[in-house]
Design a protein around this ligand. Structure first.
Ligand SMILES: [Mn+2]
Length: 319
């Protein structure tokens, strides 16, 4: 693919810009953060003033990224020549509608999600990009410059996020080829791995311990189910951020191909399903009488019943 051609309009806008605004959606993950901060270092290396803005502060576990200290949540005064939005998927999630359009300059959209018709001036959508942040490497090529080392580190963080540490289907040949180039530019993946995968809070560790200590097996060991009670931890409810990823630890058990986590909160129970093979979550949700609510590899919903009542329902219908 000819990236120079693909980025032609972006290159024109970027070359004529003095002051750029860079942003992604609220609730930034490693791709949004890595992509935004990589753009910051790239554009600064071209002599531009760059503002990295988001509606929300950067999550604690991403603050090890180079440039994270420049992540701001209050937009400074003045007009921008270009505004670059990266990995946003949906325009409304960036909060740009709250800013005066005339101060944003040329709005550039860089993404690897399908086109959602954002009201922007220039669109660069590459569905084959393993991470939106990875596109910054190719943008640097199109600009004819080399990525500075901190930018390479940020792009590597974006790649590792969206490929699950090079384990997901998105870990394509292109992902590895780009990773090799980033290594050549000084990226340090072990530092990112330490930041991402070896920084679990003590609270999350307690939730994980409770989850794994209370696994119940159904269907001859192919379905693993665990229950967490928010009250056990002194909360009215556990947030999705707090329980994020726990269900994957159940799915990771040998022989298990469908995992279910029941999180009992004060007013409802959050039911989280994840499968190894497409469609199982949807079928289980169906079998439990919840209708067709699953997506390809997962299903998630809130039920007004207590977790124990739902567990009894499982025993009655599934075991
Ligand atoms: Mn992404």
């Amino acid at each position: 693919m000819g990236f120079a051609c693909f980025f032609l309009k972006v290159v024109d806008s970027v070359r004529s810009s003095q002051r750029a605004l860079v942003l992604g959606h609220a609730g930034a993950d490693g791709d949004v953060a890595g992509g935004c901060l990589a753009l910051k270092f790239l554009l600064e290396s071209l002599g531009q003033e760059v503002v990295v803005y988001n509606q929300e502060p950067l999550e604690e576990k991403l603050r090890f990224l180079p440039g994270a200290e420049d992540w701001i949540t209050t937009l400074p005064e003045g007009r921008f020549d270009t505004t670059i939005i990266i990995d946003a998927a949906h325009y409304e999630r960036c909060g740009l509608d709250k800013l005066p359009r005339e101060s944003l300059g040329t709005i550039i959209w860089i993404d690897h999600h399908k086109d959602t018709n954002p009201p922007v001036d220039v669109k660069c959508i590459d569905l084959n990009a393993p991470a939106a942040g990875e596109m910054v490497l190719h943008l640097a090529d199109a600009l004819g410059v080399s990525l500075p080392q901190p930018a390479a580190q940020c792009v590597m963080a974006a790649l590792m996020t969206d490929t699950g540490g090079f384990r997901y289907r998105s870990a394509s040949l292109r992902a590895f080829e780009s990773a090799a180039r980033l290594m050549g530019l000084g990226a340090q993946p072990h530092e990112i791995a330490t930041g991402f995968y070896e920084s679990r809070s003590t609270f999350k560790t307690a939730l994980l311990a409770e989850t794994l200590a209370n696994v119940n097996y159904f269907r001859g060991g192919r379905l693993a189910v665990a229950t967490l009670y928010a009250a056990d931890f002194g909360f009215q409810s556990l947030t999705q951020k707090q329980t994020h990823g726990l269900v994957n630890e159940l799915r990771g058990i040998e022989g298990v191909d469908l995992a279910m986590l029941l999180v009992e909160n004060e007013r409802s129970t959050h039911i989280i399903l994840r499968d190894k093979y497409e469609g199982q979550s949807r079928r289980l949700a169906n079998a439990l009488g919840f209708g067709d609510m699953g997506r390809r590899f997962s299903a998630e919903w809130h039920d007004p019943r207590r977790a124990d009542a739902l567990f009894d329902l499982l025993e009655a219908r599934i075991r």
